[in-house]
Design a protein around this ligand. Structure first.
Ligand code: TYD
Length: 199
């Protein structure tokens, strides 16, 4: 049986990736998944990760994200791909590199090594970066600045955005950058073109 395709949507909070990920899971008749928190164990990890009361260092944050991801890969993502079903993910390992690495300063090489420990060879076939300016994203998300990540001040999100752009530019075979300031329909059209080109 042909293995399913693993397609990931990434970007800063408010870029529109969750909307597109859900839409494409439906269009491709695939399975929608998300991180952090898509399993029973992950849901517990997510409450710890997003609860502003737990001040945790960036390494702890990384390790909890990776624990969530490791469990997600072995219990959901790999078995679904093995059944020949496409997996459409709202965030995957690039989120940890962008937020904890570029954003919070964890060493990127160490994070990549820890990522390999967590997910082995399970890598996306294609990752879409929905790229938006931080000010646009902040405006869109102004009503929900309620978790630890969304309320971080200063240029944190600028570093995260720059990190995403750098990762996409350095591996264009596996990434496609789409202008996330376009309308939902226009973003979807662009994604349709890329999916057709990279079949
Ligand atoms: P997400 O569920 O995408 O946000 P939302 O609830 O707004 O849809 O992600 C929650 C937060 O977790 C988000 O600010 C990004 C952050 N995050 C990391 O910092 N590292 C990671 O590895 C992941 C998966 C998420």
């Amino acid at each position: 049986m042909t293995r399913g395709r693993f397609i990931v949507f990434e970007g800063i909070d408010g870029c529109g990736k969750s909307t597109q990920a859900r839409r494409w899971a439906a269009e491709l008749d695939g399975r929608f998944v998300f991180e952090p928190g898509d399993t029973e164990l992950g849901a517990q990890l997510r409450t710890w990760l997003l609860d502003a009361h737990f001040a945790m260092g960036p390494r702890v944050e990384s390790l909890l994200m990776l624990a969530d991801r490791s469990h997600h890969v072995t219990t959901v993502i790999e078995p679904t791909l093995d059944q020949g079903v496409d997996v459409i993910a709202d965030r995957f390992f690039a989120s940890t590199l962008a937020y904890q690495g570029y954003g919070r300063g964890v060493d990127l090489a160490e994070l990549r090594a820890a990522t390999s420990l967590a997910i082995g060879s399970c890598r996306p076939d294609l990752t879409f970066l929905l790229d938006v300016d931080v000010s646009v994203a902040r405006q869109r998300g102004a009503s929900r600045q309620d978790d630890r990540f969304e309320s971080v001040p200063g240029d944190f999100l600028e570093r995260v955005r720059d990190g995403y752009r750098e990762m996409a530019a350095s591996d264009s075979d596996h990434w496609a950058v789409v202008d996330g300031t376009l309308s939902e329909e226009d973003v979807a059209s662009r994604i349709r073109e890329v999916l057709a080109e990279r079949r």
